[in-house]
Every structure is written in structure tokens, then in C-alpha cells.
Design a protein around this ligand. Sequence first.
Ligand SMILES: Cc1ncc(COP(=O)(O)OP(=O)(O)O)c(N)n1
Ligand SMILES: Cc1nc(C(=O)O)sc1CCOP(=O)(O)O
Ligand SMILES: [Mg+2]
Length: 217
Amino acid sequence: MMKQKLSLYFVMGSVDCTKDPLAVLDEAIEGGITMFQFREKGKGALIGVEKYRLAEKLFERCLAHNIPFIVNDDVDLALTLQADGVHVGQEDEAAERVRDRIGDRYLGVSVHNLNEVKQALSARADYVGLGPIFPTVSKEDAKQACGLAMIKHIRAHEKHVPLVAIGGITHQTAKQVIEAGADGIAVISAICRAEQIREQTKQLYEMVMDAKQKGGS
Ligand SMILES: Cc1ncc(COP(=O)(O)OP(=O)(O)O)c(N)n1
Ligand SMILES: Cc1nc(C(=O)O)sc1CCOP(=O)(O)O
Ligand SMILES: [Mg+2]
């Protein structure tokens, strides 16, 4: 179930969009995204009540289409909205504490190596987000790209962990990422910067599902 939901995970905040974020999400949903993360971060990001109002509207869209709505970093916001889950990284609130606060909502944890995967699992994470696989323009403080080899390494040692790959993934590389052992791809720019969001999201979805069916994961 978790692995299916991770197939095409769209991560987005207002800063990533060149048009209305609600319209972007609507088109991405029509294109077939399977999970959504509200990541309101970076220069010009909304704060306070404006951030809350945008989150609320995006959440409504996800609810109507049965798409899990995950909040990045902000556990209080997730709890206030009664969102489906939270995603935290190594520098955020500790995963164990987040798990205690959110109960059985989804918990995603960012990882960069096998050791962090093991720690995330012992903190009762539902999935891990491994990245950046390739160089990314969407995260200012991204670490060095780890490449497809890190997906293969982790999969060789943790056969069952639900793993979504993130960072610089495009239509050109989605298939290889699944073949390397990821259960899905998480993307910002491949959707936000697409000229035709619905069509290009649909293509990504079909590529991922095709690669998964052929045994990638
Ligand atoms: C699915 C997914 N994977 C990794 C991240 C990165 O989280 P983090 O390292 O905490 O960085 P920020 O996104 O908070 O800048 C993610 N958001 N989603
Ligand atoms: C949010 C995020 N986290 C990353 C990590 O490495 O943990 S890379 C990243 C940005 C992903 O955006 P794009 O698809 O445009 O590269
Ligand atoms: Mg974070």
C-alpha cells in the first residue's frame, strides 16, 4: 500500500510554482500523482495565516481525490489540519518524537545512506526519501548527489523498506531510478516546470508504473 502511494510523489510549495499552486495541483492530480507533500519553503515562502490557508486549500483537493497529503517539516501544521502525515529530514524535529506526536499518521524521513535508513526504521518511519539522486535546483542546501548506486546499495541491504527517490529526477531518468530499486519518485521541477503539467505528469506516471510492473520494484 505504502509502496503504491510512493509511485509518483509530488512535492510543492508556492515558491516552486510559476502559476496558481491550486491550478498546478489540480493538473498534477489529473495527471495521476499518487501522493502530495506541501513544502512551503525558500525565499518568498508564505508564513503564518497565509501558509495555513494555502495548505488548507491544497489539502481539500487531495482529500477529494484520495491522495495522501503530507506536510513538510511543520508538525504543528500537520496536526492542526489533521493531515495524512509529516515528512522530516535529518536536521528537523527528531523522527522518534514526531512519531510519538502524530500517532499512526504517515511518517516520512529523509535519508542519505544505509545507516540513516536503519535509524529511520527504528524510529518507526513509514517510508524513507533518499536524495539527492541527481543534482537539483529546487533545494538550496541539498547534499552532493548520491546517484543510482546508493539506491541499489540500500535495496540490497533493506529489501522491504518503502523508498522514494528524490532530487533532479526527470522524464529521462525516472525509469532508471525505479530499475535501481526505488518504489517511486518524488519530484518538484519535473511537474512544476512542465509546460503542460497534466500531460507531462501522465507521462511520468506511465513510465513509473511501467517500470514497476516490469520488476523494478
Ligand atoms: C520525499 C522527500 N524526501 C526528502 C525530502 C527532504 O527533506 P529535508 O532533508 O528535511 O529537506 P527539506 O525538504 O525540509 O528542505 C523531502 N522533503 N521529501
Ligand atoms: C525537496 C528535496 N529534497 C531533496 C533531498 O535530497 O533530500 S532534493 C529536493 C528537491 C527535489 O526537487 P527537484 O525534483 O526539482 O530536483
Ligand atoms: Mg525538512
